[in-house]
Design a protein. Structure first.
Length: 221
């Protein structure tokens, strides 16, 4: 093995895989948030009595400090701490609720999105889990290109806090219901047209294209 090959084996990782009791995620060290979060949602997960009361957001203990976001990054930023795996999905037990408050499960969200359409979409996933016993849900941020004055496509995003946490332009959520898939893309802004949730429904192909995530031949277990 050459010197370069041996050195390459120890290069810094841009992503971390983190497995929790009721969800898993790929953490993007550059953007300081999850690339995506995946969970199998069953009704027992959100029919318990664990409360979010007195829970606090904190850095993930399994991530190195230099790639982590902190709660201070979000303070006075104008953005909410948006759960990718919703707190209401973790009422089954206190430990699971605590895990979902790690900032590795959080992205900067516009406040009205967080309390409005994103919350509506989370409620839909739970409704579908009740109807079908379980659903698989994948959620993540998007950084959608825009055209500048010259017509060139560029990606521009704000960062917040000392750790430069990236602010997504959109968020996606995929819901796998048996062999069916519901796909949604929601804009991350305060002013969102007052339209029913289905107006933001899209295709998994569009989510693949915008996220750069292939999802392989992912099948619902």
């Amino acid at each position: 093995m050459s010197t370069v090959s041996r050195s390459f084996c120890s290069v810094p990782k841009p992503f971390f895989f983190l497995s929790r009791s009721r969800f898993s995620l790929i953490y993007d060290c550059r953007l300081k948030q999850p690339a995506f979060v995946i969970e199998i949602l069953r009704k027992e997960a959100f029919e318990g009595f664990a409360s979010r009361k007195n829970m606090r957001f904190r850095s993930d203990p399994d991530l190195p400090k230099w790639v982590s976001s902190s709660d201070d990054d979000y303070k006075n930023s104008g953005y909410s701490r948006g759960h990718l795996s919703a707190a209401a999905n973790h009422k089954c037990c206190r430990d699971s609720m605590k895990e979902c408050f790690y900032l590795s499960n959080v992205s900067p969200q516009a406040t009205r999105l967080n309390s409005g359409l994103w919350n509506d979409l989370e409620e839909r996933t739970r409704k579908l889990a009740l109807e079908h016993l379980k659903v698989m849900v994948i959620s993540g941020p998007l950084f959608v290109p825009i055209k500048d004055k010259s017509g060139k496509k560029i990606v521009v995003y704000e960062v917040i806090g000392e750790n430069n946490v990236a602010v997504p332009s959109h968020f996606f959520k995929l819901i796998f219901i048996g062999k069916e898939i519901e796909a949604y893309i929601l804009p991350n802004r305060e002013s969102i047209p007052k339209k029913p949730l289905h107006h933001f429904q899209t295709t998994i192909e569009k989510v693949r294209k915008l996220s750069g995530l292939h999802f392989g031949n992912l099948e619902f277990p």
